[in-house]
Design a protein around this ligand. Structure first.
Ligand SMILES: [Zn+2]
Length: 189
């Protein structure tokens, strides 16, 4: 069955790579498929947003599926220049995350609280163990990231995900006396 699926899906209309059966891909407005690598390259220009229905099921809002193949191809060519423009706008940080909501958890005996900053990667890439800075009300605090989690209706889920440009996720870190709220930025240099 896996082979049949591969043939059905065919190749990525942008880069020509075969679409693997276990790989995510995106179907564009005109019905053409593009592979996850191409999607991740243009994601920064078309951020994914998530909402949840009353039952807590995730609803994805993906602007990429509204593109034609021609538009997606143009975006692929412009993605690097677009990211450079963003970088200039955000003081040339290597990566920027926008905090949209925060939940905290007690860290246990003598341990600092754990902070789950939910939001979106504006550009760049965040990984566990990255050194980053939390920018809050004009002050900067050094933090070390522990996890990058998928979002859920209640905040950060227990599942890991990639923290790349245009993707919603939760950045997890801990520290004493750290204030973090909606509108703060987490940056890497
Ligand atoms: Zn591709």
């Amino acid at each position: 069955m896996a082979n049949v699926k591969t043939i059905e899906r065919g190749i990525c209309s942008l880069c020509g790579r075969a679409l693997l059966p276990n790989e995510g891909y995106c179907t564009l407005r005109d019905g053409s498929h593009i592979c996850s690598l191409c999607v991740s390259k243009i994601r920064v220009m078309h951020p994914l947003t998530l909402t949840w229905d009353k039952k807590g099921n995730e609803v994805k809002h993906d602007p990429i599926i509204e593109l034609s193949l021609e538009e997606a191809g143009k975006d692929l060519k412009n993605a690097i220049a677009y990211t450079e423009e963003l970088r200039a706008k955000y003081d040339h940080h290597n990566a920027v995350f926008m905090v949209e909501s925060v939940t905290t958890e007690k860290g246990g005996f003598l341990k600092p609280p754990v902070i789950y900053a939910c939001g979106r990667v504006i550009y760049g890439c965040f990984d566990p163990e990255d050194k980053a800075r939390l920018l809050h009300n004009g002050s900067a605090s050094d933090i070390t990231l522990t996890d990058i989690r998928k979002l859920a209706s209640y905040g950060a889920s227990g599942f890991d995900c990639q923290g790349t440009g245009g993707k919603p996720c939760a950045i997890v870190f801990s520290g004493k006396n750290l204030a973090c709220e909606a509108g703060d930025l987490i940056v890497k240099d």
